[in-house]
Design a protein around this ligand. Structure first.
Ligand SMILES: *Cc1c(COP(=O)(O)O)cnc(C)c1O
Length: 425
């Protein structure tokens, strides 16, 4: 029923549907555990024979309601909340891969994900090849190996603001019999729904626009239910052959289109335990209730700020996909006709020190390690989030050493521009 409702309505209404006499507002089920009348009832839950709550590490009603809202917004069959966006991307990948496997990944991704896949996941024996997402399809295809299990990219890359050609990526992934995983954090399902363009799994750092108020770190993995794991059974034994830790249950046989997300919850969350706290899920839900109001305002403000920056003689370059001359303007129009997000990347004429001086002079706009919340903020990735990357890796990740990441909030745009103007001096 809820999938037929429009996104604006889903933001407000999806997820928590109270029964007669229950609280109208999503309650915080601040309980680690749940009570059953008989031992047998509880045993069936442990065998996945019946669905129900027994321990919050696996599932919690507050979290599930919020996950259901995110799944409805993305047009997926189900979702799982995680403790952070980092955990979401790790789970999304690790649900498909084990030691000896391989991932093909866009090089223009968030610095944290670049480290996760390029360093930590490699230590687990999963190899990664980074590709230029703007390269011709054949070149990206050439990175695939027989043991490749997924292709990964970001709808809008943080912080370079490159737009992913999702259809191209989906075509390449599917021609190699693997799913496309898309991190849709910056666009949010208000501005782009990657499943409509062929992506199979979507991830989020809900810490950003979804929460939108910078209160709670969190993440989500969303399953489209569209990938046919059985058609590529040899590649995905974790989904298509018996799981010994569940008495030989086979996820695709037992759960059909819900196989991937059920395995992620029942096996990975059980074993690794990076759950979102119900309190954070509650706050996330409050954020989601206004996501459809905030995103257009972020985009509108960012468009005006980007145009103002572009016209300013002290500014060397501006990267915002809403600008007509932008390299990604056409792709943005195709995938995000209502706007991309509030994040602008730009560089000032002069040295790296000039960029730092500009940032230090800002008054209302704060320097924070955050992005995509209601308050306008600024960051210098080469000195902060991407500090671990070499200059070469920075360029590969689409992060120029002079890049300033400006996250335009929902204040009055003239106040935002006024602060930038005085700081430019
Ligand atoms: C912030 C971010 C992440 C990591 O999310 P956390 O919630 O900080 O762990 C992943 N992907 C993108 C695109 C992000 O912006």
């Amino acid at each position: 029923m809820t999938n037929k409702l429009k996104p604006e309505t889903l933001c407000v209404q999806a997820g928590w549907q109270p029964k007669n006499g229950e609280p109208r507002v999503l309650p915080i089920y601040q309980s680690t555990t749940f009570k059953y009348d008989t031992s047998e009832q509880m045993a069936k839950l442990f065998d996945l024979e019946e669905s129900g709550y027994f321990y919050t590490r696996l599932q919690n009603p507050t979290n599930d309601a919020v996950a259901a809202k995110i799944a409805a917004l993305e047009g997926g069959v189900a979702a799982m909340l995680t403790s952070s966006g980092q955990a979401a991307n790790f789970y999304a990948l690790f649900n498909l891969c084990e030691a000896g496997d391989h991932l093909v990944c866009s090089s223009t991704i968030y610095g944290g994900t670049f480290n996760l896949f390029g360093v930590t996941v490699k230590k687990l024996g999963i190899d990664v090849t980074f590709v230029d997402p703007d390269a011709p399809g054949e070149e990206i295809s050439a990175a695939f190996r027989p043991n490749t299990k997924a292709l990964f990219g970001e709808t809008l890359s943080n912080p370079g603001m490159n737009v992913l050609d999702i259809e191209k990526f989906a075509r390449i992934a599917h021609s190699h019999g693997v799913p496309l995983i898309v991190d849709n954090t910056f666009a949010t399902p208000i501005n782009c729904r990657p499943f409509e363009w062929g992506a199979d799994i979507v991830t989020h750092s809900t810490t950003k626009y979804m929460d939108g108020h910078a209160t709670s770190v969190g993440g989500a993995v969303v399953d489209s239910g569209n990938f046919d794991w059985d058609a590529h059974a040899d590649k995905f034994p974790g989904l298509t052959t018996p799981d010994e830790s569940y008495h030989g249950l086979t996820y695709t046989k037992a759960f059909g289109r819900m196989a991937y997300i059920t395995k992620a919850t029942a096996q990975l969350m059980r074993d690794l335990g990076s759950i979102q706290s119900p309190m954070n899920a509650f706050l996330l839900n409050l954020g989601l209730e206004t996501l459809h109001l905030r995103m257009p305002r972020h985009c509108q403000n960012a468009q005006q700020v980007a145009e103002w920056l572009e016209a300013n003689e002290k500014v060397a370059w501006v990267n915002y996909p809403g600008l007509k001359g932008n390299k990604y303007y056409e792709l943005a129009q195709k995938y995000m006709p209502n706007g991309t997000c509030g994040v602008i990347a730009f560089g000032l004429k002069g040295t790296r020190e000039d960029a730092i001086r500009f940032m230090d002079r800002l008054k209302m706009i704060c320097i924070v390690t955050h992005v995509a919340d209601a308050r306008t903020c600024v960051l210098h990735p080469a000195s902060h989030t991407h500090r671990q990357l070499t200059d070469e890796q920075l360029i590969e990740a689409g992060v120029a050493p002079d890049l300033i990441r400006l996250s335009v909030g929902i204040e009055n745009v003239n106040d935002i521009i006024g602060d930038i103007e005085q700081a430019l001096g």
